[in-house]
Design a protein around this ligand. Structure first.
Ligand code: FAD
Length: 550
């Protein structure tokens, strides 16, 4: 049943970084904007995230005296992309406008960013890379008073504490700091980013409607003129005079779409439930082109097999694979990769096909195998050193017993561990180059085999499944540099925009530095908002008052 009709200049679908930035930019020139958010809470994956965007040429980098140039950024990106980007226009638009977009957000909201003192690009030894400055993060700030009743409507991350990345390496008592900040309503990371954007849009009169899911787009001829949303079981028609901005995230929460596009059968989403490809489907129905469909920002993770949130498994992030006394083995008990590579690259490794055996040996039953020294040093998800071994970690007194317990060939696993121990002794991993990949020494100024490898020899020994986790898929509707959705032959679908993870990611399959998802998402949210604003300011254009009922 259709409950009511209404009209605004712009209707935005989704309240993550991309959607809120688009809303902020459009509302800043006085356009009437409605944001519809399917969930009861605001912020999507962004609110759960580290809140760190990768923004080449940003002003904070300059303030720190770090030189950078467009030529270096392009040299770095081109070396990684190898021409596989979904569209050159998107790469150019990102590089040319990322800093401007961040400036805009900081000047229109309470958000203040700072650079991390030692957070290099992820391939810091590549030409054009920078050792600091392109990744920035929100400064902590009190939002409870500022947002009033809206404060509690921003998602709280179960995965991230109320601290900054910078503080994570400072030696501070993070548990206590996080507790104090939580009490005071101080937010950091993605919570700070969303809270600041929300403050900015509310100040500009944007109507933010939670528990309101976009279901289908409305068209007149070939033009998108609004959408039908559902709230409390009733349909609501919303007309958008200038355009609809799809910003409703990726499809990592839909196992069928993940299987179809990524070719992964047992992935776990690390984002909140709800990013199930609604925007992708709405665009496909109208004949949109797509790009980058097999890409996702991956984050290998662990799961205890029981924890669920909103009907979805709740995995844990873990850096244990970087511990020098940890190896990763595939279903045959064999190492197959340098364990310390970036999370994005590990996702690619877990999908590899072996053409000789015609199988995917590194998918499914992949295990981290480690010893007591690693357990004593490194936390594993929420399992702290010294805590009793839980049911989801297998423990044994010998490597052979461990292999039997996890169903691996004993002789193979024992020989892999012995071989790795030999590499640790000699300081050279001739199989996978442990200790030679830049990411392994990200916060230590570069990798060294001595720091990155040690013998796996102290009983008891442990194993736990390493799973293919997804922060967010980054394949979707193909757009131009203004976020306008394209048809396969390149014409526009008038009135339809797609920004953030619902769109084809500008950076293709690469993840050049911390924040390579939020950087483009903020940038294209801004560029879409700008295009809508310039359409509205064109001679003869008339603004619509919001007439969408509460
Ligand atoms: C733990 C974690 C840490 C991360 N850290 C970082 C980081 O530091 N830097 C970085 O760059 N990336 C990071 N990422 C990835 C990044 O957070 C996401 O890729 C990004 O936030 C996606 O932004 P978005 O605006 O496209 O979508 P989202 O933030 O996911 O927002 C989409 C919103 O759309 C809503 N929605 C879906 N369907 C509908 C519908 N039909 N109608 C209405 N609303 C709908 C969803 O409920 C959601 O609220 C991290 C991810 C995780 C999980």
């Amino acid at each position: 049943m259709v409950r009511s009709e209404g009209v605004a200049d712009v209707v935005v679908v989704g309240s993550g970084a991309a959607g809120l930035t688009a809303a902020l930019t459009a509302a800043d020139v006085g356009l009437s904007v409605v944001v519809v958010e399917k969930a009861d809470l605001i912020g999507g994956t962004t609110a759960w995230s580290g809140g760190m965007p990768w923004v080449p040429l940003n002003k904070h980098q300059r303030e720190l005296g770090i030189d950078d140039s467009r030529a270096e950024v392009m040299q770095y990106l081109d070396g990684l992309l190898e021409g596989r980007e979904p569209s050159r226009e998107l790469v150019d638009a990102f590089v040319d406008h990322a800093a401007e977009a961040l400036d805009f957000v900081e000047s229109r909201t309470p958000l203040r960013m700072s650079t991390l003192s030692a957070y290099p690009d992820y391939y810091g030894d590549r030409p054009g890379a920078k050792l600091a400055g392109r990744s920035v993060e929100p400064e902590p700030r009190e939002y409870r008073e500022l947002l009033g009743d809206w404060f509690e409507l921003v998602r709280e991350s179960p995965l991230m504490p109320h601290v900054t990345r910078e503080e994570m390496t400072s030696g501070a008592d993070l548990v206590e700091l996080s507790r104090q900040r939580g009490e005071k309503g101080v937010r950091t990371m993605g919570g700070a980013l969303v809270s600041a954007l929300l403050a900015g849009v509310l100040e500009r009169g944007v109507q933010v409607r939670t528990a309101t899911a976009a279901r289908r787009l409305l068209t007149e001829g070939d033009r998108v003129v609004g959408l039908v949303a559902e709230h409390a079981g009733q349909e609501l028609r919303m007309h958008a005079r200038l355009g609809v901005v799809l910003a409703c995230g990726g499809f990592e929460g839909d196992p069928d779409l993940v299987r179809a596009y990524l070719g992964v059968a047992d992935a776990l989403a690390l984002s909140p439930a709800g990013n199930v490809g609604d925007g992708l489907r709405m665009g496909l129905v109208l004949g949109a082109a797509v790009g980058n469909m097999s890409s996702a920002v991956t984050r290998p993770c662990v799961w205890d097999g029981v924890s669920m949130l909103d009907g979805q498994p709740l995995p844990m992030m873990s850096n244990l694979r970087h511990d020098p006394a940890c190896i990763i083995v595939n279903r045959h008990g064999r190492r197959f990769v340098n364990e310390g590579i970036s999370y994005m690259d590990m996702g690619k490794a877990l999908k590899a096909f072996d053409p000789r055996q015609a199988e995917y040996p590194d998918a499914g039953a992949v295990y981290m195998v480690f010893d007591q020294s690693a357990r004593d040093r490194t936390r594993l998800g929420d399992l702290m050193p010294g805590a009793p071994t839980p049911h989801w970690v297998t423990q044994a007194e010998t490597i052979e017993d461990l292999a039997r317990a996890i169903g691996m060939p004993c002789d193979v696993l024992a020989s892999e561990v012995a071989r790795y121990n030999g590499f640790a002794d000699s300081g050279e991993d001739s199989d996978f180059g442990r200790g030679t990949v830049w990411f392994e020494g990200l916060s230590a100024g570069g990798p060294t085999p001595q720091r990155n490898m040690s013998r796996i020899e102290r009983a008891p020994f442990y194993a736990t499944r390493l799973r293919y986790g997804i922060f967010g898929t980054i394949g979707g509707l193909l757009t131009n540099g203004h976020g306008q959705v394209l048809r396969p032959k390149g014409e526009l679908i008038e009135g339809l925009y797609a920004v953030g993870n619902v769109a084809a990611g500008a950076l293709g399959q690469t993840y050049p530095g911390g924040g390579s998802s939020l950087g483009p998402n903020i940038t294209f949210g801004y560029l879409a908002g700008q295009r809508l604003a310039s359409d509205a300011l064109a001679p003869g254009a008339m603004a619509a008052d919001i007439e969408i009922g509460e």
